[in-house]
Design a protein around this ligand. Structure first.
Ligand code: ZN
Length: 193
């Protein structure tokens, strides 16, 4: 599956938005990938995540995976479907008082090899937070993955990382955002009722 194939799927589902957006990373951008609109179709989610799982499995440097883990909410479906393809468990972390934690009785056993996934990587911040949770529980992050990498491949997590599509989408610090300078206000995507 090429980047173009993936983007076609996003466009078919009106999941590639244009505007002035505040990303989870705190950065502003004129493009937003609303993955939920793609993942609302279980068959599409299954297919995309199976492709990502295949890339991970083909990377000998990642090795065995015992579980897939993602930050809620955005990564939950991706973790679930990648885990289905790999035949392993799917866990998710949640933010509690701004700190990423493992709740709901989820357990990572010492030395378990974890694959950390997300829907979209912009700065890799959320993936890093999940990697810290994995380390706190004695697990090992063997690799990372996302459906989309919008950093143009720039994010370095210190572990092998794969994405179905690598894009270079501009993202600005608020104080450097040209759209803010023109007087418009960044909106949190999906926050409109
Ligand atoms: Zn802005």
């Amino acid at each position: 599956m090429t980047t173009e194939d993936v983007l076609n799927i996003f466009e078919e589902n009106e999941a590639l938005l244009k505007g002035h957006f505040l990303l989870t990373s705190g950065l502003h951008s004129n493009r937003y990938l609303q993955c939920a609109l793609v993942l609302q179709h279980p068959a599409v989610a299954e297919k995309l995540c199976a492709e990502l799982a295949a890339k991970v499995e083909a990377d000998a440097s990642i090795g065995r995976i015992d579980l897939v883990i993602a930050p809620a909410l955005g990564g939950v479906i991706v973790a679930h479907e990648v885990a289905r393809a790999l035949g392993v468990r799917a866990l998710f972390t949640e933010r509690q008082e701004k700190t990423m934690t493992l709740r709901r009785g989820f357990q990572i056993k010492p030395r378990e090899r974890c694959l950390v996934v997300e829907d979209v990587v912009t700065t890799g911040g959320s993936t890093r937070e999940v990697m810290e949770v994995v380390a706190q529980h004695g697990g090992l992050t063997a690799g990372a993955g996302s459906l989309i990498d919008r950093s143009g491949g720039a994010v370095d997590l210190g572990v092998p990382r794969h994405a179905l599509a690598v894009l270079e989408v501009p993202a600005y610090k608020p104080e450097e955002c040209p759209m803010c300078r023109e007087g418009s206000t960044a909106i949190k995507p999906g926050s409109r009722q």
